[in-house]
Write a protein that binds this ligand. Structure first.
Ligand code: C2E
Ligand code: MG
Ligand code: MG
Length: 551
């Protein structure tokens, strides 16, 4: 809130102090009024009572303005009470005695009243602006939090219903921000219509995210359905732009006091519920926040903390899984795989913690750690093999699409003296899914340095065939999920065959990962796969073992 940034209790104390001071000065001025012949002396300076009264009145006016600044609502009431009161008494005095000497006082009081009204109005407007979304005129996040805090204080039960418009970015990207703004205003207008009908309070809390606080007997799910129905259907806007939209909306619900007991958690949980609805990949889904989501969230927080601890105290280590030529069984190289072992001996799989930290910037730090450590350690393997093996390092989509990535690799190569041609960077198809220009630039630059690029988990989705054909990679890694069923599933077999064929057309080599049986091995050989990585010929091994294998 605007006004002084003091807590409510301090505010009340400050206002009471001002009020009492003003009261003292009023009583004092009444006393002086009755002793007009008094003269006040300050050293050599002599001040007649009437001049002194003017000063006292100015001080009272100033106190009124200070009260308004402390709390414009309470301050305005008290200030008006004082000023109107003093005008009344001065006026009565003039009428009764005919003595016009109070007239400047009345004039002073009127000026103070006008100042108080202007300042309090300005503060009220600023206060409103602070809780209003400038684009849609709805409450903003701050307004929503204030409403939630107040409802909790008043011990009212309620639900927060979050809405996220999924395809909003497409509107912004394809039609431009002007259309995006119109779309948001249209959604806001629809929400306002519902707000007027029901006992709900709607707000816009971010880009294309809206939230409503639902009170009383209204069922939050019915309300969410109503909103999704209203927003999700085609809408037209009357502004200068005529726009027809079909929006897919997701909704997440979190209730007070059942799910959480403060505004921060309520909003966080509603956001998690909406995320769950969105990742369920079904249109117009509504999700209640539940215990399972809470446990998942706590596990994610725990994993995040463990990863930070591991970076700080070096609980990480690397293992190396060998890759072999499918025909000669000659060692091609190793994939470096990260391991986390806590001081109490618990192993946490990268399959669990990598997806969690990939959502934050933490993945950048972990990738950097792996790159530096892998290049330093694997130098011994490369030396033992006379620069004739490849060391593969997994790099997240966030990293490969960042501007400083190539510079970081160059520096790590220089630091370790590792030969670039023995380094392979593994990225997933997902890295190219959004047609990221920086990713393509980075990959091209890395290739120019002689570094190899592998496309990991290939065949699990994301990229279209035409995109794949254009990717500047030199190795396709067929995902384990396709290999698992290859013996019994003809479709998978055909699919793997097609990938190998396509890889060769693209001038790429092809490796299959997760190969566990001789039968799978035989089939892959028949389909002319180049390399394999899997338990059938070698599990991930410790550093010393890997160096030994190279000798
Ligand atoms: P990925 O890069 O696809 O790694 C292959 C995963 O399959 C590894 O699991 C490996 O141990 C496992 N695997 C290989 N052959 C077989 C097999 O024959 N049978 C079975 N059951 N599993 C096999 P891991 O080490 O648990 O890694 C899981 C995922 O974690 C990796 O998938 C990768 O996406 C990520 N990851 C691992 N290390 C790193 C790293 O240093 N940086 C980044 N960014 N991600 C990493
Ligand atoms: Mg990999
Ligand atoms: Mg993989």
């Amino acid at each position: 809130m605007v006004t002084f940034n003091v807590r409510t209790k301090n505010k009340t104390v400050s206002i009471i102090v001002c009020f009492l001071l003003a009261l003292f000065f009023i009583i004092f001025s009444k006393y002086v009024e009755q002793h007009k012949d008094m003269v006040f002396g300050f050293g050599d300076m002599k001040l007649p009572a009437t001049s002194f009264l003017g000063i006292v009145q100015a001080v009272i006016g100033l106190l009124c303005i200070i009260m308004v600044c402390i709390d414009y609502k309470m301050g305005r009431v008290l200030a008006l009470f004082y000023m109107l009161g003093s005008i009344f008494f001065m006026f009565v005095n003039i009428v009764r005695t005919g003595d016009m000497s109070s007239l400047p006082g009345i004039y002073n009081s009127i000026i103070t009243i006008v100042s108080v009204l202007i300042i309090s109005n300005g503060l009220a407007k600023a206060d409103k602006r602070a809780v209003t979304d400038f684009l849609t005129g709805l409450r903003n996040r701050r307004g929503l939090v204030t409403l939630i805090d107040r409802s909790i204080r008043d011990k009212k039960s309620f639900s927060v219903v979050y809405f996220e418009i999924e395809n909003f970015r497409t509107i912004n990207d394809n039609l431009g921000h002007k259309y995006g703004d119109v779309a948001l205003k249209t959604v806001a207008n629809k929400l306002m219509e519902i707000e007027n009908e029901d006992n709900v309070y709607v707000s816009r809390i971010g880009g294309a995210e809206f939230a409503a606080v639902v009170f009383g007997s209204i069922d939050p799910k019915n309300f969410a359905e109503k909103v999704i129905d209203k927003i999700g259907t085609s809408v037209t806007n009357a502004d200068d732009i005529d726009i027809r939209l079909s929006l897919s909306v997701y909704s997440g619900i979190c209730s007070y006091p059942g799910d959480a007991n403060n505004a921060d958690d309520i909003l966080k949980y509603a956001d998690i519920a909406v995320y769950t609805a969105r990742t369920a990949h079904s249109k117009n889904r509504i999700c209640y926040f539940d215990k399972e989501m809470k446990e998942k969230l706590f596990r994610q927080i725990e994993l995040d903390r463990m990863v930070r601890d591991s970076l700080a105290h070096d609980y990480f280590y690397l293992v190396y899984q060998p890759q072999y030529d499918i025909n000669t069984k000659e060692l091609r190289g190793f994939e470096t795989l990260l391991r986390l072992k806590t001081p109490d001996g618990v192993n946490i799989s990268p399959g669990e913690f990598i997806p969690v930290i990939e959502k934050s910037e933490l993945i950048m730090k972990v990738d950097s750690y792996v790159i530096r450590r892998a290049l330093k350690e694997a130098k011994a393997m490369v030396d033992a093999k006379g620069n004739n093996i490849v060391i593969s390092i997994n790099v997240s989509a966030k990293n490969i699409s960042s501007h400083g990535f190539v510079a970081e690799i160059k520096e790590a190569l220089k630091e370790s003296g590792f030969p670039p041609k023995c380094l392979e960077i593994e990225i997933t198809e997902y890295s190219f899914a959004e047609d990221n220009v920086v990713t393509t630039e980075n990959v091209t630059e890395l290739r120019a340095l002689g570094i190899q690029i592998a496309l990991d988990d290939f065949g699990t989705g994301y990229t279209s065939l035409s995109q794949v054909m254009r990717l500047p990679v030199n190795l396709l890694k067929i995902d384990k999920s396709l290999i698992d069923d290859i013996e019994n599933n003809q479709i998978n077999r055909d699919f793997v065959d097609a990938i190998i064929y396509m890889g060769h057309l693209m001038d790429c080599e092809v490796i299959s990962e997760g190969v566990e049986s001789d039968k799978q091995l035989g089939l892959l050989k028949a389909h002319e796969c180049d390399f394999i990585q899997g338990f059938v010929w070698g599990k991930p091994m410790e550093y010393e073992q890997a160096v030994e294998l190279c000798k």
